[in-house]
Design a protein. Structure first.
Length: 249
């Protein structure tokens, strides 16, 4: 018989999958998901602008899940509602409008992703002329607008959007391009002007839940790109007519 004793098993090293989740490195997509939730929280009134800016900066500096997780820990899941007490017995409060107007924030989910003619042009060019996109049209993920000795108008108030974030690249040379967005749409202007300008005077307000994000880039030389904020033309169409009684002649 052999006197050899069985060797003791060596301790097993933890496999990578056993590494605690919070210590894993976060990706750009992870950071963007947190930033999107923070934007929604601002629109819902859960965060003020100071808190939002503070958490936004921390989100982009985060390297791991452990750093990202506290930024949304006190925020409920998107669309969740807190429990409320039973409503008091009595007549229901009268709202200013009977329903959601077309172009309001409640209509955004139906206007993002698909819709509109497939394979439509992703470019508009005006050379000593003009172009116009307005009404019910679809903004592609990336749209190019060029105005040379001419002008162009892009009205997004009644448009559909191919994706949640779209990029409009503008080139204005001795010409101008006007972009109109409805309130609640987040606008990020990144264009460069040389003896020209990318001008955003109107404030679209806090981003509406589910609203798209419009990034405006490009170059303006002796020309300009102007971003305006206007409500949809058909928003609250009966507000004025119902506010005063009609006079009989």
């Amino acid at each position: 018989m052999s006197d050899e004793r069985p060797e003791k098993p060596l301790p097993q090293e933890p496999v990578p999958s056993e590494k605690p989740l919070p210590d894993l490195r976060a990706s750009d997509a992870d950071r963007e998901r947190v930033v999107d939730r923070l934007r929604d929280a601002v629109a819902e009134g859960r965060l003020d602008m100071d808190e939002f800016e503070e958490r936004l900066e921390a989100a982009y500096k985060s390297r791991t899940y452990a750093e990202l997780e506290p930024l949304t820990r006190d925020l409920p899941a998107l669309g969740a509602t807190a429990p409320v007490a039973a409503a008091p017995v009595g007549p229901a409060p009268i709202g200013l409008t009977k329903g959601a107007a077309a172009g309001s924030e409640s209509a955004w989910p139906a206007r993002i992703g698909g819709g509109g003619p497939a394979g439509g042009p992703a470019m508009a060019v005006a050379v000593m002329s003009g172009f116009q996109r307005k009404g019910n049209w679809t903004v592609p993920a990336r749209f190019h607008a060029v105005a040379f000795w001419g002008g162009g108008e892009l009205d997004l108030r009644e448009a559909n959007f191919a994706e949640r974030e779209v990029v409009i690249n503008c080139v204005a040379v001795m010409g101008g391009i006007e972009i109109t967005v409805p309130p609640g749409v987040e606008v990020d202007v990144r264009g460069i002007g040389v003896m020209g300008a990318f001008d955003q005077r109107d404030n679209p307000g806090p981003p509406a839940p589910g609203a798209p994000r419009v990034v405006v880039t490009g170059f303006a030389f002796w020309g300009g790109v102007e971003i305006k904020v206007k409500p949809p033309k058909n928003a609250n169409p009966n507000r004025i007519s119902k506010s005063k009684p009609r006079k009989e002649l």
